[in-house]
Design a protein. Structure first.
Length: 125
């Protein structure tokens, strides 16, 4: 089950619970039995949703970590594209414009770039 299926399951269960509460056909005993069953079901779905979120977060963190390392390695291993080619960009934290980064700069462990749009000096590590 994917996350949106799980959330819609939970919504249905909660909607059902409200319905059961309002239903007058059922005896009080039946009503509470149904209510408990649906509550358990809703909780199971919620647990599944939380687990799915955790799984995805772990996956994303691993991927991000991999990407960070990959960016460092690629610059060294392949020599990268033509030196000075502004193939990389950085988003200015102040004005959100894309700043081109040359490979020479990128290969350095840390560097500073001045945003040509708002003149902010951005330190990159
Ligand atoms: Zn800027």
């Amino acid at each position: 089950m994917n996350l949106s299926q799980v959330t819609s399951e939970v919504r249905q269960a909660v909607a059902y619970l409200s319905g059961v509460e309002a239903a007058s056909k059922l005896s009080p005993e039946e009503r509470s039995q149904h209510t408990i069953q649906q509550m358990v079901r809703a909780l199971e779905c919620l647990t599944e949703a939380v687990e799915e979120c955790q799984r995805r977060q772990t996956e994303l963190e691993a991927r991000l970590d991999h990407l960070n390392r990959g960016a460092d390695n690629a610059a060294h291993e392949s020599g990268g594209p033509v030196s000075g080619d502004p193939s990389r960009t950085l988003c200015c934290p102040h004005c959100r414009k894309q700043l081109p980064i040359t490979n020479e700069l990128w290969e350095q462990e840390r560097f500073e770039i001045a945003c040509p749009y708002c003149a902010l000096a951005v330190e990159v590590r």
